[in-house]
Every structure is written in structure tokens, then in C-alpha cells.
Design a protein around this ligand. Structure first.
Ligand code: HMG
Length: 388
């Protein structure tokens, strides 16, 4: 019996800042962003969006197709938590109308936690093959203004239905893991933006890639040349390009530079115009691959490198299934991205300074999102979500 991704869909905000606008304000050459880090636009969540509304919006197309009956567990992965105790997934559970006997848990480990959720979901389904697990990753990447990290912000959520005999991708059991106690990126409870040692973080990312690959190679028979495509964690697309060149070189890959690049290029497209969505980013990369490659990918092996600062990393693999095209949400994704609106710099600042009441003050939030779910108000420390 195979286990893996039966359906996948993502959501991002309807608003974005072009990095040319940021560069102009900073008096920086825009090519530093467009070429140097490989990013063009970054999605900005509206005041009435957060990880709950993005998660519900990402999962809605799946629920509309398969209903709620078989979902036994909802795992929500995020590092943009809205509460220290209550799992954000419980709000999503209500918004989606999931069954009362569906368990809900939130997972955190920087950008890695969606992969932990995916692996746990596969294990649950392997134990009870009649059930399905809904895995959602949802994050808003925020750095301080006027810091090197500012251009690598973004937001997004991705929802994956995990089942036996999956229609999109079977996930292999063998994995390579790496954990190390490092301070490359972190966000203490009292901060709404991350702290990061940027250059160090890129070095640790590459080190973790090599370590997880070595560990994966010890347990798996799949070699570098067996993979057609690779999905990397995408803090910015140039990071994945560097990582993939590094991995190809250490495996003495005989492909041309263009051949190596072609193994990741289709996975980068959505990230380049959305930005970092932390734990969702690697799986939005998978959507980008599935939606944008026109040839039939059935039977192709995909390698995944999942990295979460702090750090935990994992290399694993999957195989694309025959007939996967019928299960995709390509048109919905394309329409959502095409309908987005560009922000000017002042509008960006306004969204950046989203309401973040800490003392229990009441906030009524005007409607701005085009998504189906939104955060309408915060009263007495309670967040009020509604369907539009
Ligand atoms: P920086 O230090 O301002 O940028 O920020 P830079 O000066 O290194 O320039 C970047 C690249 O642009 C360089 O290329 C420049 O040469 C080039 P490279 O040498 O790297 O190949 N460049 C230009 N190219 C063309 N035309 C120009 C031009 N000017 C410069 N005119 C940094 C870069 C990554 C440090 C910053 O964006 C940052 O701090 N980002 C946040 C941290 C991050 O994303 N780290 C990635 C690894 S850690 C991770 O992935 C985990 C994470 O997602 C969090 C989690 O796990 O939860 C972040």
C-alpha cells in the first residue's frame, strides 16, 4: 500500500509589493532582488487575514471536492502562531465544517514543521488506511523594516490531503534527518518579527542539505540521478539554486548547468512572485512544479529538502502518480495570482503595521481580502473569524 498526497491546493494574499518599489524606496539596485536573490514580488496579508483565514482558504477547494467525512485529523503547521495554548487549527476546523470527531493539533519547528506534519500524517494513514489526514501549512514571513531580510517577506498557506493510494504523489518511507542547536533565525514570544543572522543562515542551510543527503543515502537506494526534479525549502529562489548546484556538484552530476537548473526551475515560479511563506514554501514549490510543467510527470521521482531554522532538516522523496493532472487546482491557482493587486509603498507600510492588540482592546476589521474567510474582529482577547 502506498501513502502520500492525494490532493494539494494553496492560497496567498490578494495583495503584493513589487520589489522594484522597495528597491526604489531604499535606493537599491532592483537587480539585487530580481537577480541577486531571485525574487520579484512579495505577498502581503491584509488586516483581515492571518494564518487561520489563509489555512481555511487553502483547504476549501479540497473540502469542496471530497467533503469532510473521511478526515480523521487536521495537522496545522505554522511559526506564525496566534495563541500560545489554543491550536489555530480549531478555528479552521469550524470554518471548514469538519467533524467533531476529527482531532486537531498545531505543530511548530520553523519552516520544517509542515514536513513533520506530512510524515506524521503518512504514519497515521498507514495505521488506519480508511482515514484521511488534512495537513495545512500557513505562515506570514515578517522581518524588521530596513533590514536585509525585508525583501524576503511573503505569506501563504498550502493544504494537502494525505491518504492511502494517493492520486498525486506517493511518499517514500526512507528519510534523512539532521538536527543542530543553532541560532540562525528565531522569534522570541515578545516579538512579531523574526531575528536572523542572514549570511550564517544560508551556510547552515547548505550544511544541513549535505547532512540530510548523506543520511538519506545511507537508507535509500534512490541516487541523485534517479530524480527528475527537486523541491527545496524556498526562503528566496536563489537559495534553492545555490543549494541544488551544491548537491549536484557533491554527487558529481554530469548534467550541464542548464540541465541542473531545469531540475528546479519549475518549482520556483510561484515563490518568486509570493516570497517566503516559511513552512508552506516547499509545498507551494510542489504546486508550482505540478501546475507549470506541461509534460506528463507521472512516474517521475521528486527529491525534497525541507529546512527549518534552529535547525531541523529532512531529505525525502516521492513519486508522481498516473493521472495526477485530474486532481490539480491549477486554474484556481493561476486565477488567484492573476487577480492580485499591486501595493504602493505607503499601502505596504499600512499592511505591515497590522492590528496586533496586546491589551485586550476591541478591534473591528474592515473587509479587504478577496478570500472566502476573514478575521472580522478581536473582542476581549478573542479572535472572530467569519465566512464571506
Ligand atoms: P544581503 O546581505 O543584503 O544581500 O541579504 P547580499 O549583499 O548578500 O546580496 C544578495 C545577492 O545579491 C548576492 O549574491 C549579491 O552578489 C547579489 P550572492 O553573492 O549571494 O550570489 N547582488 C546583486 N546581483 C545583481 N545585481 C545587483 C546586486 N547586488 C547584490 N545590483 C540575505 C541577503 C539572504 C542575508 C537576506 O535576504 C536575509 O537575511 N534573508 C533572511 C534570511 C534567509 O532567508 N535565510 C535563508 C536560509 S535560512 C532559511 O531558509 C529559514 C527561513 O525560511 C526561516 C525558517 O526556517 O523559519 C529563513
Amino acid at each position: 500500500m502506498s501513502v502520500g498526497i492525494d490532493e494539494i491546493s494553496f492560497y496567498t494574499s490578494n495583495f503584493y509589493l513589487d520589489l522594484r518599489t522597495l528597491a526604489a524606496k531604499q535606493q537599491t539596485d532592483p537587480e539585487k532582488y530580481y537577480t541577486g536573490i531571485g525574487q520579484e514580488k512579495m505577498a502581503m496579508a491584509t488586516h483581515d487575514e492571518d494564518i487561520v483565514t489563509m489555512a481555511a482558504n487553502a483547504a476549501l477547494p479540497l473540502i469542496e471536492r471530497i467533503g469532510t467525512n473521511a478526515i480523521s485529523t487536521l495537522l496545522l503547521a505554522t511559526e506564525t502562531g496566534i495563541d500560545q495554548s489554543k491550536a489555530a487549527g480549531i478555528y479552521v476546523h469550524r470554518l471548514l465544517g469538519l467533524n467533531a470527531n476529527c482531532r486537531v493539533v498545531e505543530l511548530k519547528q520553523a519552516c520544517y514543521s509542515a514536513t513533520a506534519a506530512l510524515q506524521m500524517a503518512c504514519a497515521l494513514v498507514a495505521r488506519q488506511p480508511t482515514t484521511k489526514v488534512l495537513v495545512i501549512a500557513s505562515d506570514i514571513a515578517r522581518y524588521d523594516l530596513d533590514t536585509p531580510g525585508e525583501a524576503t517577506q511573503g505569506c501563504g498557506a498550502v493544504a494537502m490531503l494525505i491518504s492511502h493510494n494517493p492520486r498525486i504523489m506517493a511518499i517514500d518511507a526512507e528519510v534523512g534527518n539532521y538536527t543542530d542547536d543553532v541560532m540562525d533565525f528565531w522569534r522570541p514570544n515578545y516579538r512579531s518579527t523574526a531575528l536572523v543572522d542572514g549570511k550564517y543562515s544560508t551556510k547552515i542551510y547548505l550544511k544541513a542539505l549535505k547532512k540530510t543527503w548523506d543520511s538519506f543515502s545511507e537508507v535509500s537506494r534512490i541516487g541523485f540521478n534517479d530524480f527528475s526534479y527537486f523541491c527545496y525549502h524556498l526562503p528566496f529562489s536563489r537559495m534553492a539554486q545555490k543549494a541544488h548546484q551544491h548537491l549536484a556538484k557533491s554527487n558529481q552530476c554530469e548534467l550541464s548547468a542548464e540541465g541542473i537548473e531545469a531540475q528546479i526551475q519549475p518549482t520556483l515560479r510561484y515563490n518568486q512572485i509570493i516570497g517566503n511563506s516559511y513552512t508552506a514554501s516547499i509545498y507551494i514549490g510542489l504546486c508550482s512544479l505540478l501546475d507549470n510543467v506541461k509534460e506528463n510527470l507521472a512516474g517521475k521521482k521528486v527529491g525534497f529538502f525541507s529546512y527549518g531554522s534552529g535547525c531541523v532538516a529532512e531529505f525525502f522523496s516521492g513519486s508522481i502518480q498516473e493521472g495526477y493532472q485530474a486532481c490539480l487546482h491549477t486554474q484556481r491557482h493561476m486565477d488567484m495570482l492573476a487577480e492580485r493587486q499591486e501595493l504602493n509603498y505607503d499601502q505596504y507600510l499600512d499592511l505591515y503595521r497590522y492590528p496586533d492588540p496586546r491589551q485586550g482592546e476591541s478591534v473591528e476589521i474592515p473587509k479587504a481580502t478577496l478570500g472566502r474567510f476573514r478575521l472580522a474582529a478581536i473582542h476581549q482577547h478573542k479572535r472572530e473569524y467569519v465566512a464571506c
